[in-house]
Design a protein around this ligand. Structure first.
Ligand SMILES: [Zn+2]
Ligand SMILES: [Zn+2]
Length: 134
């Protein structure tokens, strides 16, 4: 039981380490950044293994995969629906302090889709990038 997570996936040691490292940070790292974090613990892990495990974890809803077409995918160890701020210049993603509950989509509007979550992202220019323009 110990090496099964709440979604019933049998976790390899590599996947466990990837998940543990991802849950430690709030920076929403890219796969390459996750690779750098995990490599400090498992020096022989390959980038491909990190990519594959991140895909599996996000496909099963254990972690969130952020970013649409054209932006580098970022990963979030917190799988609960929560809103984000993303910088359109450097790609940084922050959790947004949000005073309201995200609305559930009424079933009559869901057009047959299931497992819906609300994915809210505000896009702007972060303080660091905004400062560079002054
Ligand atoms: Zn920025
Ligand atoms: Zn987040």
């Amino acid at each position: 039981m110990k090496d099964e997570d709440s979604k019933g996936i049998r976790l390899s040691r590599q996947r466990e380490t990837i998940l543990a490292e991802l849950r430690k940070v709030k920076t929403h790292p890219t796969a390459d950044e996750v690779y750098d974090m995990v490599r400090k613990i498992l020096p022989r892990i390959s980038l491909g293994t990190v990519y594959r495990n991140l895909d599996t974890l996000s496909n099963r809803g254990v972690v969130l995969r952020l970013g649409g077409a054209g932006t580098q995918k970022r990963f979030d160890g917190n799988p609960a629906a929560h809103p984000h701020l993303r910088c359109s210049v450097c790609g940084r993603v922050d959790d947004l302090e949000w005073p309201f509950a995200l609305p559930d989509l009424p079933v009559e509007h869901s057009m047959g889709y299931v497992d819906l979550r609300c994915d809210v992202e505000y896009v702007g220019i972060c303080p660091t990038c905004a400062g560079k323009n002054n």
